[in-house]
Design a protein around this ligand. Structure first.
Ligand SMILES: C[S@@+](CC[C@H](N)C(=O)[O-])C[C@H]1O[C@@H](n2cnc3c(N)ncnc32)[C@H](O)[C@@H]1O
Length: 313
């Protein structure tokens, strides 16, 4: 038997979910119709292999998601959520958070380049590749901005009992990961070409994730660009909402001022997160985190790397 339904329209949620998801006010913009983004969409040519990956592998691993849809991570992997552990997402407007502003416009741009649609995009369409009968307790990791996806694929290979959802906006990076998944023969990864801020804003069931990973996000070093950093109070609240109690938020950066920014904001939300290394402290890199492509680049430039590990209350 196979399972259906990975995408559903949002429904009203209870007051608890709403309060954790309470959006911060969007920063006033000189261009009110232009979204504040944590990324620049670089065109980037696809290699022939990546072109093939989109044609042949996207239908197997890819998920077409739109900002007016809720993504049900459990259904995505062919298992139903354990009763009572998740709540439906609150119908928050995507533009309610600074980073999520203009989500529909961003989604249109991300979808504009003829990515073949995947069976996952049809809410009641299920894929032949989905095996049923997995335990309902398989934990789910969400990785935001996986770059070329090599470290995500390595983690998924090392932890076959865990499911992974990768988010990235850069098309060649998505193609690269699809090829890695094929090469390693993995079936515990799903891939979205989507803006993480929009998805997290309210489009994941509360408490549905076990771990969220944010490795080497763009540091936006200039002060006038700090508002483009993905780590903001509204983003932190959205991550907290999507994580189960006791779940993990793991961040890493090679830009010390961004590390301080992350530490200050996350330690500043003690009602949501507990710093695993102790207040004001960075964590050791867990052996389970492979060195990423951007980390290697940072190392060549002599940048120190900081890991931050938080437990969801
Ligand atoms: C500096 S790179 C790091 C990539 C990878 N994590 C690594 O360590 O090699 C940051 C990545 O995050 C992606 N990104 C930035 N904002 C994003 C967002 N809102 N949603 C999804 N991906 C995003 C960018 O496209 C870029 O590939």
């Amino acid at each position: 038997m196979t399972k259906t339904l990975s995408l559903t329209t949002p429904e009203p949620s209870d007051a608890t979910a709403r309060s954790v998801n309470a959006p911060e006010a969007a920063e006033p913009s000189r261009h009110p119709h232009r979204p504040v983004r944590s990324f620049v969409l670089r065109e980037g040519r696809l290699t022939a292999g990546q072109e093939r990956a989109f044609r042949e592998l996207w239908p197997r691993f890819g998920v077409d998601w739109q900002p007016d849809r809720v993504l049900d991570p459990c259904a995505l992997f062919g298992v139903a959520p354990p009763a009572g552990t998740t709540q439906p997402a609150a119908p928050v407007q995507p533009q309610a958070t600074a980073a999520g502003f203009g989500a529909e416009q961003i989604a249109r741009e991300l979808a504009s380049d003829a990515t073949p649609s995947s069976p996952w995009s049809e809410a009641v369409q299920t894929s032949e590749q989905i095996e049923d009968g997995r335990p309902r307790t398989r934990p789910i990791t969400l990785e935001i901005g996986f770059g070329d996806g090599e470290s995500l694929a390595a983690m998924a290979a090392a932890e076959p009992a865990r499911d992974f959802i990768g988010l990235e906006v850069h098309r060649p990076g998505v193609g690269h990961l699809l090829l890695a998944l094929e090469r390693l023969g993995l079936d515990n990864v799903r891939v979205l070409r989507a803006d993480a801020s929009a998805l997290l804003a309210s489009r994941l069931p509360a408490g549905s994730l076990d771990r969220v990973q944010l490795f080497f996000p763009d540091p936006w070093p200039k002060k006038r660009h700090h508002k483009r950093r993905i780590v903001q109070p509204g983003f932190i609240a959205a991550v907290a909402r999507a994580l189960r109690p006791g779940g993990t938020f793991h961040l890493a950066t090679d830009w010390p001022p961004y590390a301080e920014w992350m530490l200050e904001m996350l330690d500043g939300a003690p009602e949501l997160f507990v710093n695993q290394a102790g207040p004001g402290r960075y964590a050791e890199r867990p052996a389970s985190r492979p060195i990423t492509k951007f980390e290697r680049r940072g190392q060549r430039l002599g940048h120190p790397v900081h890991d931050l590990l938080y437990r969801r209350r």
